[in-house]
Design a protein around this ligand. Structure first.
Ligand code: AHG
Ligand code: MN
Ligand code: MN
Length: 337
């Protein structure tokens, strides 16, 4: 076996050569996003020494208080992606409306959506956080330039999706619809190196991830599912379950990708008019595609997340994703209710 390291660049070039799954503009886009993630990783690592911790004392369109790193990460991604000619527009959790590539730069064929900094509540306590991104093709130009409606495509239309986790290691996980690959940042070389290919999530698991403090607000199907897990060996499932909740979707999904599990952020009665907490277009869609590409499943309790047609850029959604048999079970409990 060759001991040669395969960089992200080489991986993308070889994928393109083998099956044409990565056109050159998309390859450039993915390299630019990876470079931006390296920059964000540097800021994250500096922590208090770089003055990047704490609140920015502003609010985003979702009414959440922004952290300094939310804004820094957003700016890094925009600046890195504006000028390369690969994008037509971007959308972010931290921007009310879409960001068009300025006229002074060439316009590309793709649309990029991102959650620049996922797990913001973990920034100041030195726990894993991440960046999530989703790539769509720009629809045919109707002469009006790029509109928000151009972004409102189902997750099944994504052409690439990924995340970067800033944890004990900085790791980039990527799919272009051809399985899931993982790259670890080699800080001496300054490049992402392929460390795992064709990642598969086991279909069965004994581990769930949910914020248990919201239990009293959940709907009956979620109460039933978690109740049965908590009943352990003596209950209807006949086995003991373990629980983990990091409060960074990136970190919880990464664990599930590595060893299985089921992640849930359900609708609850606290804000009944909201479908869920997580955002469909730049959190649930990219994560759902990655999970499906690794043999797992992702639903909103009723439907496959990737089939949902978004009505708004910042639309929220209930999320059940991970090991296939568990996602199917909790989904069937919703259908039965
Ligand atoms: P963000 O930091 O981008 O707003 O996302 C936080 C999300 C997600 O990463 C995590 O799973 C969830 O919020 C945690 O929510 P609770 O604090 O309600 O547990
Ligand atoms: Mn997030
Ligand atoms: Mn965020």
């Amino acid at each position: 076996m060759s001991t040669q390291k395969i960089s992200l660049t080489r991986y993308l070039v070889e994928q393109q050569r083998n099956d044409g799954s990565i056109p050159s503009q998309l390859r450039l886009l993915l390299e630019v996003v990876a470079r931006a993630c390296k920059g964000i990783s540097q800021s994250v690592n500096k922590g208090a020494l770089g003055g990047v911790l704490g609140s920015a004392e502003s609010e985003n369109v979702q009414g959440e208080v922004q952290k300094k790193l939310d804004i820094i990460a957003n700016e890094v991604l925009i600046e890195a992606n504006e000028w390369g000619g690969h994008l037509a527009a971007m959308a972010s959790e931290e921007m009310d409306s879409i960001h068009l590539v300025p006229n002074r730069y060439p316009q590309g064929e793709y649309l990029l959506l991102f959650d620049p900094l996922d797990g913001s509540s973990n920034i100041d306590v030195n726990v894993s956080i991440g960046t999530i991104f989703s790539v769509l093709r720009k629809p045919e130009d109707n002469g009006q330039g790029v509109q928000e409606s151009d972004f409102l495509q189902a997750g099944s239309q994504q052409v690439a999706a990924g995340y970067c986790i800033y944890g004990p290691q900085t790791t980039l996980v990527l799919t272009v619809g051809n399985g899931v690959a993982m790259f670890t940042l080699d800080r001496e070389q300054g490049s992402f190196v392929l460390t795992q290919e064709r990642i598969q999530i086991p279909a069965d698991t004994k581990e769930f991830a949910i914020n248990m403090s919201n239990q009293r607000h959940w709907a009956e199907p979620v109460q039933r599912y978690i109740g049965e897990c908590l009943a352990g060996k003596e209950g209807p499932r006949g086995k003991d379950f373990n629980m983990r909740w990091i409060a960074s979707m990136v970190a919880d999904v990464h664990r599930i990708l590595m060893r299985g599990g089921v992640f849930m952020y359900p609708w609850d009665k606290r804000e009944p008019e909201k479908a869920g907490k997580l955002r469909l277009m730049y959190e649930a869609n990219p994560m759902s595609w990655i999970v499906e590409q690794a043999g797992g499943a992702a639903t909103n309790g009723h439907q496959r997340i990737l089939d949902l047609k978004p009505a708004k850029l910042h639309e929220r959604v209930a999320v059940f994703l991970g090991s296939k048999n568990e996602v199917e079970r909790v989904t069937s409990y919703h259908d039965a209710a």
